[in-house]
Design a protein around this ligand. Structure first.
Ligand code: C2E
Ligand code: MG
Ligand code: MG
Length: 657
């Protein structure tokens, strides 16, 4: 009988095979018949029992023991079943099909529905032959049913694997027939597939983990300041919005504190960026200590920090601000040097209907006010500050043209020798005569000029006007030591070319260099960077002397004073306000004067408004003084008259001849 002619009627659900022995796809109506396997981890589908349950495992059995007597092979029957093919894991070598003579892929050829192992089910031909006997017929039917059942299991296995249950396996029967070869092959493939899949899964898990890490790192970068680890601008915005929302739902509204370090740029420029970073990290740490767990401390960028205090009052916010300022009073040790990172703080307390942007903007305005009104303090935002900001913006836009169109004027305040009462120097002070707003004092535009950089052009204008003025006073100046003092801001000093500009103008107006002196405030001097110090050196080499202004308001150390090329120190007026009434202040001022003398400098005290003050200062050994008592800042004409009178008096009635 040809293998092309199936001998048995195929049952529903059985697998149909083509000529080459390839299994057809099961008919759809066959599917419900396939017993569904529950999804299990790894399971072995048991083959139908073809032997007693107590039968030994095939690999333990003797080839002939307990096996039904083999049917007599047909003459064309291929080689009898070999015992070694009992190993279930190894696909059996394909048995030759005498009738077809076609070959198929190893282990899968002539598979389902074509039982071949004579020791279990008999060959089709054997079955055919045996079909004449009643017993053989019964056993043939049983074989067919068993085969169909196994086929169903194979199909179920394929379905299981196809639906992703890669742990599904089917235990080959003891028949060791071609179907078993298929089963073994499928099992092996499934094993391989499961391994590959497992490998793939672990790689996917690994990559997923890497992705998660990258994502959380990205989130951290997106919400945290990398230097300090504090919240960044984006996160602080969220926190303010959240705290405002709590306020709307019945809690108290939040306060936003905006903190900017005073003179941080100088620390950065003079000590380097690494030191600057160390300062920022330490400031962040100290600010974190004053915050409650529910507060948010953030670095908005540069030297600007923010504190968000939810559910609070203006008073509580001011207390936190005071604590923050207090925490910064202790000096920081950076590269073996003590530096102070003092700060100015603006406070804005939220209210119903307000937004994050409003709070941040107004806290910034209040912070700016704190800076311009003396630094190192905290100020709560008020409505009036908004108009100040507007005014400041207007000043910046108008000051540039004011410098060019000569709206600026210089006034001169005398500096007198306390022993003789003579005017031995003058300080040039700038005024802005605005065409519409009238006289504007320097405190109202110098800080804005410094912020905007306009102070450089302003300084050049002042220097040129003052040098020209001294050239006009030359004939009145008998005293070789007479000087005109100019105020110079750190921004001007940092810009290269100041000493060249001064030298050119001194030459142009024929003024000896020793007639000119520059005043630099103590805080500005303390925070000089390399460029600033080089500029000081260049100015000193030019022969122009230097003075420390507003001494006593900063944190000069005696050692630092010694290093600077200064010859005069001007004591701030805040130090002498009570000098006549308070003996302790007198002792203190006396000590300050001694300190100045000990480093070889001359002392000037400014802000002397009363005769008694002048007398006390003279008694304490002060050489020079400046203040309303000796003369208010005056026009060049008024100063010319004063100097002329002084010269006339000095020269006597005969004009000094
Ligand atoms: P400063 O250099 O400390 O100048 C002294 C200030 O004290 C002047 O204020 C002066 O009018 C004032 N003053 C003098 N004697 C007395 C006194 O007895 N009592 C009181 N209450 N005040 C007195 P002014 O002219 O308003 O200048 C303020 C500041 O503006 C100056 O302080 C200086 O830092 C700055 N400044 C003035 N002119 C210039 C300039 O041309 N360039 C730069 N960069 N800054 C300038
Ligand atoms: Mg001054
Ligand atoms: Mg001063």
């Amino acid at each position: 009988m040809s293998s092309d002619q199936p001998r048995r009627t195929r049952k529903k659900g059985a697998v149909k095979h083509d000529r080459a022995g390839r299994a057809d796809v099961p008919q759809p109506d066959a599917e419900p018949k396939i017993p569904k396997q529950p999804a299990a981890k790894r399971r072995m589908v048991k083959p139908p029992a073809t032997e007693p349950p107590d039968a030994e495992r095939p690999d333990q059995r003797q080839p002939d023991a307990e096996q039904p007597a083999p049917q007599q092979p047909e003459p064309h029957q291929p080689e009898p079943h070999q015992p070694e093919t009992h190993q279930p894991e190894t696909p059996k070598p394909r048995r030759k099909r005498a009738s077809s003579g076609t070959s198929a892929p190893s282990g899968f050829a002539g598979t389902a529905g074509i039982p071949t192992a004579p020791d279990t089910q008999g060959s089709p031909d054997t079955e055919s032959t045996a079909g004449t006997s009643g017993t053989a017929s019964t056993s043939g039917t049983a074989d067919t049913e068993a085969t169909d059942q196994r086929m169903a299991q194979v199909l179920q296995l394929i379905v299981d694997l196809a639906t992703g249950r890669l742990d599904a396996r089917l235990e080959p029967s003891h028949a060791h027939d071609e179907l078993d070869a298929v089963i073994t092959g499928i099992n092996m493939l499934a094993e391989e597939l499961q391994e590959v899949y497992g490998d793939l899964e672990s790689r996917v898990a690994e990559r997923t983990q890497m992705l998660r890490q990258a994502q959380s790192e990205l989130e951290r970068l997106a919400l945290r300041d990398p230097l300090t680890g504090l919240a960044n601008r984006s996160l602080v915005g969220d926190r303010i919005a959240q705290a405002l929302a709590w306020g709307e739902r019945g809690a108290r509204f939040p306060a936003v504190l905006l903190l900017d370090l005073d003179g941080f740029k100088t620390i950065n420029d003079s000590l380097g960026h690494t030191a600057g970073d160390a300062v920022l990290v330490e400031v962040a740490r100290r600010l974190s200590t004053v915050a409650r767990p529910m507060d948010t401390v953030a670095r908005l960028g540069g030297d600007e920090f923010a504190l968000v205090i939810p559910d609070t009052t203006a008073e509580q916010a001011e207390e936190v601000a005071a604590a923050a300022l207090e925490s910064l009073k202790e000096p920081l040790l950076v590269h073996g040097r003590s530096v102070w990172a003092l700060a100015s703080i603006g406070i804005r307390v939220g209210a119903a209907g307000e937004t994050t942007d409003m709070l941040l903007r107004d806290a910034d305005t209040a912070m700016y006010e704190a800076k311009t009104s003396g630094r190192g303090r905290a100020m709560v935002y008020q409505e009036s500050m908004h108009s100040m900001v507007q005014r400041r913006l207007r000043v910046v836009s108008e000051l540039g043209s004011a410098i060019r169109s000569s709206e600026l004027r210089l006034v001169y305040q005398p500096i007198v020798d306390l022993a003789s009462g003579r005017t031995v120097a003058v300080e040039a002070l700038v005024r802005w005569h605005h065409p519409h707003r009238g006289l504007i004092m320097p405190d109202d535009f110098i800080p804005v000029a410094e912020d905007s950089g306009l102070v450089v052009d302003l300084g050049y204008w002042v220097a040129e006007a003052a040098i020209k003025q001294v050239s006009e006073w030359q004939s009145l100046l008998d005293d070789d030591d007479f000087r005109v003092y100019l105020n110079v801001s750190p921004v001007e000093l940092r810009r290269p070319g100041l000493s060249e500009y001064l030298r050119d103008n001194l030459e142009r107006f024929g003024v000896p260099t020793n007639r000119l002196a520059l005043e630099i405030s103590e805080t500005a001097l303390m925070s000089q960077d390399v460029a600033g110090l080089l500029a000081l050196k260049g100015i000193e080499e030019l022969g122009v002397s230097l003075e420390i202004d507003d001494f006593g308001t900063g944190y000069s150390s005696i050692a630092y004073l010694r290093q600077l090329p200064v010859d005069t120190v001007k004591v701030d007026r805040s130090l002498i306000t009570e000098v006549t009434d308070d003996p302790r202040q007198r002792v203190f001022v006396g000590a300050v004067l001694q300190l100045i003398h000990s480093v070889g400098c001359r002392a000037v005290v400014e802000g002397v408004e009363e005769r008694e003050q002048a007398e006390v200062l003279f008694d304490l050994g002060c050489e020079r003084a400046q203040g309303f008592y000796f003369g208010r800042p005056m026009s060049p004409e008024a100063m010319t008259s004063r100097l002329a009178l002084q010269a006339r008096l000095a020269r006597g009635p005969d004009g000094g001849r």
